[in-house]
Ligand binder design. Structure first.
Ligand code: ATP
Length: 358
């Protein structure tokens, strides 16, 4: 079932009613790769997916598969399996006949198609539900059937549009692991749209972060999380403290420590530093300039709120819970920076009243 599908978008642009929704999007997937398209609502993720699926034509640019241009090839001839957010199963068919449906369309003989559908349901752990109708299945089970149905025709490319977003948290996590496993086992090149950063990071080989029709950054999950290309990616990929600072062009003073910035910055402009809670070190010190305001046990990590200088919002520091034992509200602390480089951006609040800093 492994394919050599190299899927690419080349400079794809799309507008609706004169409004640009995708602007010069280019990306390329290696065969068997899983890429997530991550971004806030309305950034163009679904439109990009629909263009790949063939439900929508780009205004300019090309869709390529295995070195061949398929921009004008109709959806049903693209060898792509699609799963949407809402369970799109046929309500009057059993799980088994739903999965076999695509093969029926392709005129495969009944015993062969039911055999194949049975195999896929087994792969999904749904064998005992094969003869149930969609309304007799849970949401998670229905999405598994939808996934099996998409895979039944051995598509070169699997397209998943928020397939987990209608499910509750536990089922979501479970099914996302299953999607990953099955995607690997079948070697199917896959694009999954999501607006959930944790989902995007945990499931993908690479993530494309989108905003307003543009790809902001495309890379491996760890690369995006550790080295965000800009302030948007930094904030979108996880919790980050935004701390007003001043700098000299290449360095800032952060928690009383000199730290290099990522790239150069304008020393005349008020800045704010982006620093993740786990990248801050904390030490208890009676003469320390900070004060613990909250200690929040989350499980494996503990989040500690620290009042620092005249920052309006306490700085959040995340420590492994086993290292956070003696820390209590009211304690004086010192903070430090654990990373060699810190991302900064012009501080939009510097002239307002939101978060000022002397
Ligand atoms: P969401 O997560 O909310 O689905 P998205 O990132 O997938 O968002 P798209 O669905 O691609 O975003 O939509 C991008 C923009 O294009 C939105 O402003 C949407 O209203 C608009 N849009 C999408 N399809 C059409 C259409 N057929 N006609 C007009 N406007 C459209």
């Amino acid at each position: 079932m492994t394919t050599d599908a190299r899927l690419a978008l080349e400079q794809v642009t799309k507008a609706f009613d004169g409004r640009t929704v995708l602007e010069d999007i280019s990306l390329q997937l290696e065969p068997g790769e899983l890429l997530t398209l991550l971004g806030p609502s309305g950034c163009g993720k679904t439109t990009a997916l629909r263009i790949i699926a063939g439900f929508e034509r780009p205004d300019s640019g090309r869709v390529m598969l295995g070195g061949r241009e398929i921009t004008a090839v109709p959806a049903h001839r693209r060898s792509m399996g699609v799963v949407f957010q809402a369970y799109s199963l046929f309500p009057h068919m059993t799980a088994l006949t739903n999965v076999a449906y695509g093969l029926k369309i392709r005129r495969q003989a009944k015993p062969a198609r039911l055999g194949r559908a049975g195999e896929l349901l087994e792969l999904m752990g749904l064998s005992e539900h094969a003869h149930k109708y969609p309304h007799q299945l849970s949401g998670g089970q229905q999405q598994r059937v939808a996934l099996a149905r998409a895979l039944a025709v051995a598509p070169e490319v699997l397209l998943l549009d928020e397939p987990l977003s209608a499910l509750d948290a536990q089922v979501r996590v479970q099914l996302r692991e299953e999607i990953r496993r099955i995607q690997r086992e079948t070697g199917t090149t896959t694009i999954m749209v999501t607006h959930d950063q944790e989902e995007a990071l945990t499931i993908a080989d690479r993530v494309a972060v989108m905003r307003d029709g543009l790809i902001q950054q495309l890379g491996a999950p760890a690369e995006l999380y550790r080295q965000p290309a800009n302030a948007f990616v930094s904030r979108f990929l996880g919790t980050v403290n935004l701390v007003p600072v001043t700098g000299d062009g290449t360095r800032i003073a952060l928690f009383g420590q000199a730290v290099e910035t990522v790239g150069q910055h304008d020393p005349k402009v008020p800045l704010r530093a982006h620093i993740r809670p786990e990248d801050i070190e904390l030490s208890i010190d009676e003469a320390g300039p900070g004060m613990v305001s909250t200690v929040l046990l989350r499980g494996a990590t503990t989040s500690i709120g620290v009042i620092w200088d005249d920052l309006v919002t306490p700085v959040r520091v995340d420590l492994p819970t086993r290292e956070a034992g003696g820390i209590e509200s009211g304690q004086r602390v010192r903070l430090g920076v654990r990373v060699p480089h810190v991302l900064v951006e012009p501080d939009p609040a510097a002239t307002g009243s939101q978060k000022t800093h002397a």
